[in-house]
Write a protein that binds this ligand. Sequence first.
Ligand code: HEM
Ligand code: HEM
Length: 188
Amino acid sequence: MNIAHSSAATLDASAGVPRYSRAQIVLHWLIALGIIAMLGIGLYMVGLPKGLAFKSSLINFHKSLGMTVFLLVLIRIVVRLVAGRPPLPPMQAWQRAAASMTQGLLYVAMIFMPLTGYLGSSFNKFGTHFWGIPLPMWGWDDPGLRKILFALHTVSAWVLIALIVLHVAGALKHQLIDRDRLMERMLP
Ligand code: HEM
Ligand code: HEM
């Protein structure tokens, strides 16, 4: 994803650390919380016995929260395109490339997950309700297509988990080993 780098982020005069804008910081942490909750709920709910009322409620909650996270991600991408990103501290070219690639793939996964969930649910008679409001159906009751879309949903969940692990490991390395204050760019 071609998300431009620019210098429009705010500069914290007291500390001299260039930071992401307040909106980007709030969105980053809200979405991070939402995604971690979604992964936990998703993995837990599929293991529950079929026909359990609690399972249906949890699936509906997963769908509503997932579409909410999707909306926040779309807003975040617009804000990112407008506000850009603060200049990075000095680091080797491969590190810069690895960080950009992981972050780009995180954006792709953050779009792909809700899309496959929503589409998979469209090829099912239940559809998707967004906090009680029925959303448009993009398909029909088709077990074959549903299976493919949910298989993609599951595979991308594991890819997303791997990306989050890499991303957090990178952030911790900057914080604990390089001590270049990179974390402060994304902290409130
Ligand atoms: C579900 C979890 C998470 C997701 C999906 C996620 C996603 C992202 C993305 C896409 C960016 C790039 C921002 C941009 O330039 O547009 C970013 C930046 C960042 N994230 Fe996360 N993040 C998550 C969790 C975390 C956690 C747990 C930490 C801390 C340990 C963290 C620390 C950071 C930092 C420090 C940056 C700024 C990197 C920089 O200065 O370029 N993130 N995150
Ligand atoms: C951030 C977004 C999302 C994440 C991280 C996420 C994560 C997950 C995970 C980890 C599973 C369990 C997969 C498995 O072990 O088989 C799952 C299942 C599921 N998700 Fe999502 N999901 C997201 C968005 C959505 C959305 C928006 C919908 C629908 C509108 C949705 C519908 C479902 C359904 C119906 C299942 C059960 C599939 C089955 O029965 O095999 N998900 N999700």
